[in-house]
Write a new protein. Structure first.
Length: 129
């Protein structure tokens, strides 16, 4: 009985370690602007319903603009838990807000649910002025 209990504890610990390695959410990609630039082009590919997450910094009062090249396939939203800011997913070609405070903001790019099940490529431009 005692040996069985020890065996179960060892198996449970191993399963937890494997789950932690494969079940966690990936960190968002940090957007760093090139020297002298205030915009960055973000490219990637997603399947239906998948999201790509980015994080960027902005100062209070700066205008954050997102340009979405493929509005029929992708939409975007901006979020900051730190500043209590959360927009809805937006399918506009150009989407802008003003930074409510200085710090980090999240940008989400989401593939809309469409008839095809394969990957689709996106190109989104983030500008901060």
């Amino acid at each position: 009985m005692r040996l069985t209990l020890i065996f179960l504890v060892i198996i449970s610990c191993g399963a937890a370690a494997v789950t932690a390695q494969h079940g966690g959410k990936a960190e968002p990609k940090r957007i760093v602007f090139a020297a002298g630039r205030s915009d960055a082009v973000l490219r990637g590919s997603l399947r239906n319903g998948q999201e790509m997450e980015y994080v960027f910094s902005a100062r209070k009062g700066q205008r954050i603009t997102v340009k979405n090249a493929n509005t029929s396939m992708f939409d975007v939203r901006i979020f900051s838990g730190e500043f209590d800011l959360e927009t809805e997913f937006d399918s506009s070609r150009t989407f802008s807000i003003d930074a409510s405070d200085t710090g980090d903001y999240m940008l989400f790019v989401r593939k809309k649910m469409t008839g095809g099940s394969g990957n689709s490529r996106f190109s989104v431009t983030l500008s901060i002025r």
